[in-house]
Design a protein around this ligand. Structure first.
Ligand code: ZN
Length: 679
């Protein structure tokens, strides 16, 4: 599971009260990296692209630098897999657009060409033609006629797997493949979603296919269907095409495996064995081997360099089963705070004192580990839009038996905060000066701690009731799971224990988070959604669910209040203690829903509180946010790593920074594109 950044971009002033996290500034100042350069490298549509720095890379031992270099290469090789997973024709569309972009002669300043360039930038960013967050198909602002002429002139159509008509329909016909991921209650979600995880099968057929596979007596069930596409053959037989060497996506997986094997050469135990298990999984596609890899990986807390590479998260599948490809290379930010260490050392206390039904508490919390890390390379579903925290593995039984690993990615949150300074957001949306002041003082610390608690303890907490297998909550799984983890974090952020542990100077840190969380959930996050649309994305749904539920249930005591002032709407929290109690109550209910697999109750919570937006409020938020000129989404360009070779040996690795988003995308398409256009 991973945490994307929420829309609230609190500008951070120097945190004088807290010595906890001030190390970040020092670390970056010691860098020879281009700190004086702008943090924002590109802006288009609703997107801004930032850069991030990799402090302390140059001080790593050579062995770790080489390891990062090889793993970074492996991370870049899976990009096309994600494009294809997101939509069957993404690679074709990207290829055509890139050809026009590169071969285009004549007026590059024409409105049509500029509109095509913007569209291409969006396709790169979203890893396809659907918005990375809303899942809606992009609407081109260039004309079909101009595009057809450009295709005739610059594209070798015989090399394309589809004809020009079909290609144009894919880009221009609004109703065709309109959403990548439909979650509308009552639809056949496989028929209405454009993602490429199923072909020719109905939702019912897919559910029956996997229901027949599952062995309900297996205490260690594999994640059925995680690494394959499910297809119906012409003769009606339903088959899985597995993503492995010799199966689907072979050409990209070959490259990934090649670089993983290079990494293995320089890795030390236990990492050598971990890489072996991962490579073996890529070779066989055997999900038991994936579990073995995960168990080894979750047990490794000694390696300074760590990585994720594979089919991991299932947010992109309407049935929550198929995993998108992603990659991340990171190393421990040892100069950074001890906060995650303190949290993981006290994991059992948090579990024992959780406000949930004692029957659903974990008796013994195992293997909770959390680290603050520095990202060195982002790939697949972590690029360019990047999570700020990750907790893995996802298999419930492994989490229960072996625990989970969490990371908070500090150089990414640091870059976000740098880029957000002074953007006027809080002045516009936060009514009370004392709330603004708390957010200014404690915003980053509160965000970081909430992410730590969410990832490290929240997702890992609780247990299923006997007889519950997981998967019962179907299309509501992700939203409810994120709500559970967020509630755990919110509830404990306001616990006096946090002060006692020295994690926060006072509960003002929690109140800063509470005020911003409620405002975001009930209001400001709608800036990311087009007028007339519902909330779709799981993390956004979860935030709305929590905020609206607490508003409704605290109404009698006026815990949360809507205030109108000079024609503007504001949402304020009047009673932080009461709000914390409400977080606890809702956590208890959401945990019960998960533990017992109560689909109907879960469905009701999500549909009642998380989906529908009041149109008047939505219009107001869009207008006020629009005036600030802040793009609601951000992502990152990667740095690159260049080996220094002396007498045939790598003697050093240099980190190289770029501020050229287009250049990086074209480079990746040229040098890390291995798959055929249709797979
Ligand atoms: Zn999460």
């Amino acid at each position: 599971m991973k945490t994307p950044r929420s829309i609230l971009t609190t500008a951070i002033m120097t945190i004088t009260v807290s010595a906890l996290c001030s190390c970040r500034d020092k670390a970056v100042q010691q860098q020879t990296t281009p700190s004086e350069k702008p943090w924002v490298v590109d802006r288009f549509d609703d997107i801004k692209v930032l850069r991030y720095e990799v402090p302390e890379f140059e001080n790593l031992p050579l062995q770790q630098k080489k390891l990062i270099y090889y793993l970074a290469q492996a991370t870049k090789c899976g990009r096309d897999i994600l494009f294809d997973q997101n939509f069957k024709y993404n690679l074709t569309v990207r290829r055509v657009l890139e050809n026009i972009y590169l071969r285009h002669e004549g007026d590059s300043d024409s409105t049509e060409f500029r509109a095509m360039e913007k569209y291409l930038k969006k396709v790169w960013f979203a890893n396809g033609i659907h918005h990375h967050y809303s899942n809606d198909k992009f609407r081109p602002e260039f004309s079909r006629k101009w595009f057809e002429q450009a295709v005739d002139k610059y594209v070798d159509v015989v090399e394309l797997p589809i004809g020009k008509e079909q290609l144009c329909d894919i880009i221009f016909a609004p109703a065709l493949y309109a959403t990548r991921l439909d979650q509308t209650d009552g639809n056949d979600l496989l028929a209405t979603s454009a993602c490429n995880y199923y072909e020719g099968v109905t939702m019912k057929e897919a559910e029956e296919f996997y229901a027949a596979q599952a062995d309900h007596n297996d205490p260690q069930p594999v994640s059925y269907g995680l690494n394959s596409k499910l297809e119906k053959r012409p003769d009606g037989e339903i088959v899985e095409r597995t993503w492995r060497l010799g199966g689907m996506y072979t050409a990209a997986i070959q490259q990934i495996v090649y670089w993983l094997e290079q990494a293995r050469q320089v890795a030390e135990e236990p990492q050598k064995s971990i890489i072996d298990a991962l490579v073996n999984y890529y070779r066989t596609g055997d999900l038991r081997e994936f579990d073995r890899y995960n168990i080894l990986w979750v047990g490794d807390n000694s390696s300074n360099v760590d990585f994720i590479n594979g089919f991991i998260e299932d947010y992109g599948d309407p049935l929550g089963r198929k995993a998108s490809w992603e990659g991340l290379v990171n190393f421990v930010d040892s100069a950074a705070c001890h906060r995650t260490q303190v949290i993981s050392e006290n994991a059992q206390w948090f579990e024992d004192n959780s406000p949930i039904d004692p029957a659903f508490r974990k008796k013994e919390v195992k293997g909770v580990s959390a680290k603050v890390v520095t990202a060195a390379m982002l790939g697949g579903d972590c690029y360019p839009a990047t999570p700020i925290g990750i907790n893995l593995p996802n298999a419930d039984w492994i989490r229960k038996e072996y625990g989970s690993k969490s990371v908070t990615i500090d150089n990414i949150t640091y870059a976000y905060d740098k880029a957000a300074q002074g953007n006027g957001f809080n002045e516009e949306f936060v009514l009370r000066a004392e709330d603004r002041e708390r957010m200014k003082l404690y915003g980053k610390l509160a965000d970081d701690l909430h992410t730590d608690l969410h990832e490290c303890l929240g997702h890992g907490s609780g247990q299923l009731a006997p007889g519950t297998k997981g998967g019962e909550l179907k299309n509501y799984t992700s939203t409810l799971e994120e709500a559970r983890a967020d509630l755990f974090g919110l509830y404990y952020l306001g616990d006096p224990k946090m002060v006692e542990l020295g994690l926060i100077p006072s509960l003002d840190v929690a109140w800063a988070q509470y005020a911003s969380y409620i405002m975001n959930g009930m209001m400001t996050q709608f800036a990311r959604i087009e007028a007339g649309k519902n909330v779709e994305e799981a993390h956004m749904r979860n935030r709305k669910l929590i905020a609206e539920w607490c508003y409704e249930h605290g109404k009698e005591d006026n815990v949360i209040e809507w205030v109108k002032q000079e024609g503007k709407s504001y949402v304020v929290v009047n009673d932080f203690d009461a709000l914390r109690k409400l977080f606890g109550e809702l956590l208890r209910e959401v945990q019960r829903i998960k533990s017992t697999g109560d689909y109907e109750a879960g469905r009701a919570l999500v549909e009642d509180y998380a989906v529908k937006i009041d149109p008047a409020l939505h219009a107001e938020v869009l207008e006020r946010y629009g005036k600030l000129g802040i793009e609601p989404y951000s992502g990152f360009v990667n740095p690159d790593y260049e080996p220094v070779i002396t007498d045939g040996e790598i003697t050093d690795v240099k980190v190289v920074y770029t501020d050229d988003y287009v250049g990086q995308m074209l480079d990746y398409s040229k040098n890390y594109s291995f798959l055929p256009l249709i797979n």
